[in-house]
Design a protein around this ligand. Structure first.
Ligand SMILES: [Zn+2]
Length: 467
């Protein structure tokens, strides 16, 4: 096992490599939508990782939302086996970026390096983090080629649009099955001194109120669905919003305002369709017979997921009982339960200790107000030992002139390399497993979460089939 200083200086020596890899990734415009250039960026990652002894394979999420022959949902999975049994540490980064938008002063796909910052769409969210993770793994392998266990890196599609063509698909293929993978680090931009344990829950639903169409000059002959929706919102203002704001969580959500339950009214529409741009015709006079509203409810780990829906339904039922003519529909669009990895999990402990070693301060343990790909690793993959940790400032994500600091990437890479060393370093193998070589004294390891027989597992069929 290399000394921590050897690892951190090895990363420091690779500073330019981190910058160059980030730039190379930014220069492939993996815009989502539509989901462009996934194959190209996966090939770049695969070519790179093969040079340090990773086996790689391309996995297309055929039939996933958005997948087509024009815009195939390609993902890359790379694995490097160590010299002896041990756990598997998996780094996952999404390769897609959101639209460019307006207000840029640099080329969004140029990867401009200026004043110690690499600029470009996806620099911070999250190509800089992926580059830092890859260089961390490469530096660790260079100093510790006979490490225990295995290291995996995946570059995945579509995180920005729900992750169904990316991590969700890999999870369905068994990639994140406990025993195959033990610890997952997602280098999303959450600041280099924070370990993100999970996220709040999400419930998206569409509420529809029903009325009766009639001539707009005689609204009393119909029943206005928009007025019924107005009653729904009034009821929410009077009851639901105050009740949610009073509900607080023990989850360390940042920012602080998201430590309560929240509700957003995403969109509302009733009556005639909106005129197309350039359409100068006047609307026709009708009483709207339908009104639809999409709501976005974010809930806490202390809340019963079923109660989240029941509460909205009870509000609507109350209106049905009291308000003449009130009728409604309620349809769930999307649901994700909250998740929070245990603070004592080895991956949390290893990264937190590495933050202390590199930055000289305690890591903050936080929870994200919104979800990210951890939801699929938890829900489909059933793997609990997952965190988000990476360089970059979350507030810059999706903004014009997005950037990631070079110093932050170097620090985050040092943290990830030290965490690898703690989880896979030779002297830290659990004493319960017969060592291939006599263990040197003084190598106390922490508790391991994976089953001993896990090492015998091979990747599930299909995962490593080259395509
Ligand atoms: Zn992201």
């Amino acid at each position: 096992m290399p000394a921590p200083e050897a690892l951190t200086s090895e990363i420091e020596a690779r500073r330019d490599e981190i910058v160059a890899l980030t730039q190379d990734l930014i220069r492939i415009p993996t815009l989502n939508p539509p989901g462009a250039e996934y194959r190209a960026i996966c090939e770049l990652l695969a070519d790179r990782l093969r040079r340090t002894g990773f086996e790689t394979c391309m996995i297309r999420a055929e039939g996933a939302p958005g997948d087509s022959d024009r815009y195939p949902r390609w993902n890359v999975l790379a694995r490097r086996e160590g010299a002896r049994p041990g756990p598997c540490v998996h780094f996952n980064g999404h390769v897609d970026v959101v639209e460019v938008g307006h207000g840029w002063t640099v080329d969004p796909f140029g990867g401009t390096l200026r004043d110690g910052r690499v600029h470009g769409r996806g620099a911070c969210d999250m190509k800089g983090g992926l580059a830092a993770a890859i260089v961390a793994a490469e530096a660790f392998i260079a100093l510790c080629p006979d490490h225990a266990g295995a290291i995996e890196v995946s570059g995945t599609a579509d995180e920005e649009s729900g992750g169904y063509g990316g991590v969700a698909h890999l999870a369905e293929q068994g990639v994140f099955a406990p025993g195959r993978v033990d610890h997952v680090i997602i280098p999303e931009p959450l600041n280099k001194d924070r370990v993100c344990l999970g996220h709040r829950g999400v419930w998206w639903a569409e509420i529809e109120t029903k009325g009766e169409i009639a001539h707009g000059s005689m609204p009393f002959l119909g029943d206005c669905a928009v007025r019924h929706m107005g009653a729904v919102i009034a009821e929410m203002e009077a009851q639901l919003f105050p009740a949610l704001a009073a509900r607080r969580t023990e989850m360390p959500v940042v920012p602080e305002g998201a430590r309560a339950s929240t509700l957003n009214l995403n969109s509302i529409h009733g009556g005639a369709v909106e005129p197309a741009p350039g359409d100068t015709g006047l609307p026709s006079p009708c009483v709207p017979d339908r009104c639809r509203m999409v709501i976005d409810r974010r809930f806490l780990i202390e809340e019963d997921p079923a109660a989240v829906e029941d509460e909205v339904r009870a509000l609507l039922e109350g209106l049905r009982a009291r308000r003449p003519g009130f009728d409604y529909g309620l349809r769930e669009l999307f649901r994700v339960v909250p998740t929070m990895t245990d603070r004592e999990a080895p991956v949390v402990q290893a990264v937190s200790r590495a933050v202390r070693a590199v930055l000289g301060r305690e890591a903050a343990h936080v929870v994200s107000p919104g979800t990210y790909d951890q939801k699929h690793i938890d829900r489909i993959g059933r793997l609990k030992n997952c965190i988000a940790y990476g360089p970059g400032i979350l507030d810059l994500a999706h903004k014009p002139d997005e950037w990631v600091g070079v110093e932050d990437m170097v620090h985050a890479a040092q943290v990830m390399a030290l965490a690898l060393d703690e989880l896979l370093g030779l002297e830290r193998r659990p004493a319960t497993r017969p060592p291939a070589h006599p263990a040197r004294p003084g190598g106390g390891g922490g508790a391991r979460s994976h089953a001993p027989e896990a090492d015998a597992e091979v990747p599930p069929a299909g995962v490593f089939r080259p395509r």
